[in-house]
Design a protein around this ligand. Sequence first.
Ligand code: TYD
Length: 239
Amino acid sequence: MRAGDMLYEGKAKQLFLTEDPGVVRVKYKDTATAFNGEKRAVLEGKGEMNNRISTFFFRYLNEHGIPNHFIDAISPLEQLVRKVDIIPLEVVVRNIAAGTLSKRTGLPEGTELRHPVVELYYKDDALGDPLINEDHVSVLQLATEEQLKEMREMALKVNDLLKQLMEQEKILLVDFKLEFGVDAEGKLLLADEISPDTCRFWDAKTGEKLDKDRFRRDLGQVVEAYREIWTRLGGKKDV
Ligand code: TYD
């Protein structure tokens, strides 16, 4: 394979090789999917918003000591990131009950949790990304005990940092999903994206949903809500 070749295409992003074997180019797409790919749409402008918002969060986390894969944004849709092997786990952190936590526990949506809840999901489309625990991770050899400990600590730190940041913009960080990877030197890095596709954001005053639930639940104005997040984060600056 050569520089420019597509390495991988996911639901919301494409990955391309670069001249540097340690660096890949990520291109955000306008496609939206939900319910394990059953629901699909093209939402014009979503890719650009997610690239800009994700860039903003990764830069912010870099400045606050969270090692991550982000290198630079190079166009409205593209970033350069460090090449990592993704650990096949979705690490979800929750502050307020919503989505599958409400379904699983009966806690009404909007219930403030006494403390953050960290959950692990096994990234496997065929199995439907099931919720699993640390013993399952060990048996399946998805990550080492040390990596699990580091991921949990980093996820809780990211939660503190993003919660505080969003509170300043009058937005509640309800929950979010992180993915981690390991670089060529074996170092664990936060990877993938952090955007309204992977977080729940509620307006602190009105409770309005400003995230992918607008798509999942057919509430309309999806890209407009993502743009609102971007604007509150200080938007107009070029990436
Ligand atoms: P969750 O309520 O478990 O599921 P759903 O997204 O199906 O309602 O999601 C918790 C948070 O994690 C939410 O902000 C969405 C994010 N998430 C993803 O981005 N991708 C995923 O595959 C999962 C399971 C969650």
